[in-house]
Design a protein around this ligand. Structure first.
Ligand code: ADP
Ligand code: ADP
Length: 232
């Protein structure tokens, strides 16, 4: 489903170059929850941003369902990006819009008719447990509720892939648990493939089927949680 085929990403700045991702080979299968763990600066954000082409590989390719993202025409790329939802550590909600309109926004951008938007938003708010918050604004919500809105917005366009960038790092342990439970339901009920990056071991242990350890741009270990973290 997601295949990093020997992907390298080099950043050039002020005449120096820096290899943030170094020859990464990685396959994420459909319906899997795949976690990439590593310290700050390891290259995790760069890795995840390569999936929706917020960054382009310097060499190698990122393939989604066997198609090279870099080869897509502009219109195809727009279409492809709609199949990829993303959630963030600091939620990135639109503060001037209420919950309903935050979730409706990607659908409006996609030109979905108002009636369809209405039924989709209602359905997805129910799924994340926020039906009664639709007219609230982000600053009236707790961190956990904001992330539920983030998840609802990411799911609005019915993506095949959900990218999670330190999605629980700003939340307390109890709220983290409830968000991770919700992500499991996202996978189980919608069969969405989830790729998450985190520096938190408990997150990996709680939800991931497969894990990779990233260090200085390289994946130094990969396998099931049991393979990678059980003591010999
Ligand atoms: P992580 O998410 O694991 O903290 P990042 O992918 O954000 O890692 O960063 C990996 C390395 O690449 C860091 O050393 C960072 O400073 C560098 N880096 C990230 N983005 C850029 C950029 N746009 N230009 C130059 N260097 C960058
Ligand atoms: P706009 O027309 O600028 O998008 P509105 O606030 O009138 O602004 O919302 C448009 C549509 O969105 C409404 O017709 C309504 O069906 C729907 N809507 C807005 N807020 C809610 C809500 N809290 N719950 C359910 N539907 C809502």
């Amino acid at each position: 489903m997601i295949h990093f085929d020997h992907v390298t990403k080099v950043y050039e700045s002020n005449g120096t170059s820096f290899k943030a991702v170094n020859d990464v080979e990685l396959k994420v299968e459909k319906g899997e929850i795949f976690g990439v763990i590593g310290f700050s600066g390891a290259g995790k954000s760069t890795l995840i941003r390569l999936v929706n082409l917020l960054e382009r590989p310097t060499s190698g390719s990122v393939l989604l369902n066997d198609r090279d993202m870099a080869s897509l025409k502009k219109s195809e790329l727009r279409e492809q990006r709609r199949k990829i939802g993303m959630i963030f550590q600091h939620f990135n909600l639109l503060e001037s819009k209420n919950v309903y309109h935050n979730v409706a926004f990607p659908l409006s951008l996609a030109g979905v008719p108002k009636k369809e938007i209405d039924s989709r938003v209602t359905e997805i708010l129910e799924f994340v447990g926020l039906s009664d918050k639709s007219t609230q604004y982000p600053d009236q919500l707790s961190g956990g509720q904001k992330q539920r809105v983030g998840i609802a917005r990411a799911l609005a366009t019915s993506p095949e892939i959900l990218l999670c960038d330190e999605a629980t790092s700003a939340l307390d342990p109890e709220t983290t648990k409830s968000i991770l439970d919700l992500l499991k339901r996202v996978r189980d009920e919608y069969n969405i493939t989830i790729l998450m990056i985190t520096h938190e071991m408990n997150v990996i242990r709680e939800v991931c089927d497969q894990v990779a350890v990233m260090e200085q741009g390289q994946l130094i270990e990969q396998g099931t949680i049991f393979d990678v973290f059980s003591n010999p």
